[in-house]
Design a protein around this ligand. Sequence first.
Ligand SMILES: [Zn+2]
Length: 249
Amino acid sequence: MVTAIAGKGTPEADWQSWPGLHRFPALDLAPCVRVVLLAPHPDDEILGVGGLLRQLSARGAAVEVVAVTDGEASHPSSRSVTPHRLAELRRDESLAALGVLGIEQTAVHRLGISDGGVAAAEPALTAAVTDLLAGASAGTWCLSTWDGDGHPDHEAVGRVAGRVCQRFGVRLLTFPIWTWHWARPEDPRVPWSTARAIALDADTHAAKLAAVDCFATQIRPLSPAPEDAPVLAATMLDRLCRRTEVVFT
Ligand SMILES: [Zn+2]
């Protein structure tokens, strides 16, 4: 399912006033000793599960991030930044954000798949994820964007994660990003019954906000020109910077 992403999306106030959002069972972090996080674009890893990543790292889990693309297509009509330069900036933003979260020891695997072209590169992505997860121990978790998230790259990464994790018996947790934009409370297209919540303590939440602030190319205009407007509007950030993160199990 790829859903058109337009407008401002479902307001955060609508989500907050939905009792279901506050009733997801808590995710038990104890079994995790290693986490392999698949990020379609630099910022998905922080927006989706930055707080969870910090909490797992603080508990001693080894963290590996797979940067599937470098996000060079976020401003395709920009005349102030080239795609090549944007990729460099976004790589740096992601590393800075991981540092702000306090997990700078993270191993980052950069695949360099083209932004917007992940579905066409599923074989290469499958091979890379297989290398990381083949023979994984029981405490290994894979975190990925949900394969119904409504963005083609997010869905392709979710599909690959699902196949590889099933093959090797690795626990997969998927996270929504654009779902919060196009879905509605109780939306039947979303697997709410499998949702688990991660409550972020005050320090973790503050660290996540500081990490999100590292993504200058995405949250601030590149220039006053309309084509350089922020990709992540305030309404989007409201939905992704809650005190609770949600994953599907
Ligand atoms: Zn993304």
